[in-house]
Design a protein around this ligand. Structure first.
Ligand SMILES: Cc1ncc(COP(=O)(O)O)c(C=O)c1O
Length: 441
């Protein structure tokens, strides 16, 4: 008998035996009620990604190598060469590598927080001292910790519809039964975002009724790639300030803003002590898997976050902070950071233009013109879950159904050009396949 096969069979038998043992000796063993409930409601995006798994694609009779995916919420550009070299230098030297294995302070190293403050000042005019900054493992972890630091389980949180699909699950995980209310920002009839005045009026009305403790949104947005205007954001910040609520702006795509950046991109914690800026290393320097993020906010919030982070992750990653601090200091001095970010932004703008052109030429379905970020939303005019399934099965092209981002996207799909930024010709190819199929269907 094949030894590898024997090994696997023995392992599976062992797992089965363990399961039986547990069931026999711990018949009442149960996972937490929270997680049991959450596992029954898996994220719709994860479900579709599972559907697009290699095995499932083969089961559908398709060739996995031929699949064109507009599903990925990630960036495809390369990290700055200078940053890669910093990792190389640290890893090459025995003592530097040894040093990079030590614990970081919970707030992050002062050198790295100073470098972030310098970067924010130079790129966006934000005035920060290191007391305004906490570094964490990622913006996902920092968001979880912020919910714990700012809200109670009986509070209300206001999110937009549509918005980033992970927020509702994160709120449930951190705050259990906190109430989530949604403000519709997309006009599904005209397939355009509402005017700033209309959004501000809607916000006032919902705020008055629901008194949310936290309002959170990304700008540029995921999934719509829209950038919220100054007038609307200022209205929210003022109302939240007057009533003791927090406004969290998620800046995951801040450096990929194609339009003139709004003024609030430059706000300091002293302008609005209740406004919190959430940052991630994932998208600007292609650090998705080199997990690092930071928050800037007033000192009181940073101190609270330090206490939460002591319990959640103890401290952020040392190697990433060393490499980042050294790279930023150097690249700010020689101007290469600004140049890198300009080039990257231009590349995503090109990918966005290519995507919109292909949709207009080939599918003629309503879609949003990206103002930043990696995505557009296309109205398909039928149940999007079904549309995504049939398009994948018949063409090998993957879109993300909109439902996971909010009810307003039941008949829409999110299309991501992010992964294709260095391979633009693939963008049109996928839409050609879909157009051919829909013409025949
Ligand atoms: C709006 C938004 N916030 C946060 C994240 C996650 O960021 P991180 O990788 O830092 O956890 C994403 C990832 O796609 C995102 O789109």
């Amino acid at each position: 008998m094949n030894m590898r096969y024997l090994e696997i069979s023995l392992q599976s038998n062992e797992i089965l035996a363990q399961k039986l043992y547990l069931q026999f000796y711990f018949p009442a063993m149960q996972l937490s009620k929270l997680i049991q409930q959450m596992m029954k409601e898996p994220s719709p995006i994860r479900q579709i990604m599972k559907m697009a798994s290699k095995q499932n694609i083969i089961n559908m009779g398709l060739d996995p190598d031929e699949v064109i995916s507009y599903g990925g919420g990630w960036v495809g550009h390369h990290a700055p060469e200078g940053l890669r070299k910093k990792y190389e230098e640290i890893c090459k030297d025995r003592e530097s590598f040894h040093d990079a294995g030590k614990y970081s302070p919970t707030l992050g190293f002062e050198e790295c927080r100073e470098a972030i403050a310098k970067m924010e000042k130079e790129l966006f005019g934000v005035k920060l001292s290191i007391e305004n900054i906490i570094i964490g493992q990622s913006s996902t972890q920092l968001t979880h910790d912020l919910f714990i630091a700012l809200a109670n389980p009986d509070d209300t949180i206001l999110l937009f519809d549509p918005t980033y699909a992970n927020y509702p699950g994160q709120i449930k995980m951190a705050l259990r039964n906190a109430k989530i209310v949604r403000q519709r920002v997309l006009d599904v009839e005209t397939w355009g975002y509402k005017s700033q005045e209309e959004m501000a009026e809607d916000f006032k009305e919902i705020y008055e009724k629901e008194k949310p403790k936290i309002v959170m949104f990304p700008s540029p947005d995921n999934p719509s790639s829209q950038v919220f205007g100054d007038e609307f954001v200022k209205t929210m910040a003022d109302i939240c300030y007057e009533n003791g609520s927090f406004l969290i702006i998620d800046y995951a795509y801040k450096t990929q803003c194609f339009i003139k950046p709004p003024n609030y991109f430059s706000w300091n914690p002293s302008d609005y002590p209740n406004v919190i800026a959430m940052h991630s290393n994932s998208k600007w320097c292609r650090g998705l898997g080199r997990r690092l993020g930071w928050v800037d906010a007033n000192e009181e919030i940073i101190e609270a976050m330090e206490r939460v982070q002591q319990c959640s992750i103890l401290c952020p990653d040392t190697l990433h902070q060393f490499a980042m601090a050294e790279y930023i200091n150097e690249a700010l001095k020689d101007g290469s950071l600004k140049k890198y970010l300009e080039d990257v932004k231009e590349a995503y703008k090109k990918a966005a233009d290519e995507t919109i052109k292909a949709i207009n030429d080939l599918l003629e379905m309503p879609c949003l013109i990206p103002q930043g970020g990696l995505y557009t939303l296309m109205k398909v005019g039928e149940d999007a879950d079904e549309f995504v399934r049939k398009v994948l099965k018949n063409t090998g092209v993957l879109f993300i159904p909109g439902r996971g981002f909010g009810e307003s996207l039941r008949e829409a799909v999110r299309i991501s050009y992010g992964p294709h930024v260095e391979n633009l010709e693939i963008i049109r190819k996928g839409f050609e396949r879909v157009a051919n199929y829909l013409r025949k269907a």
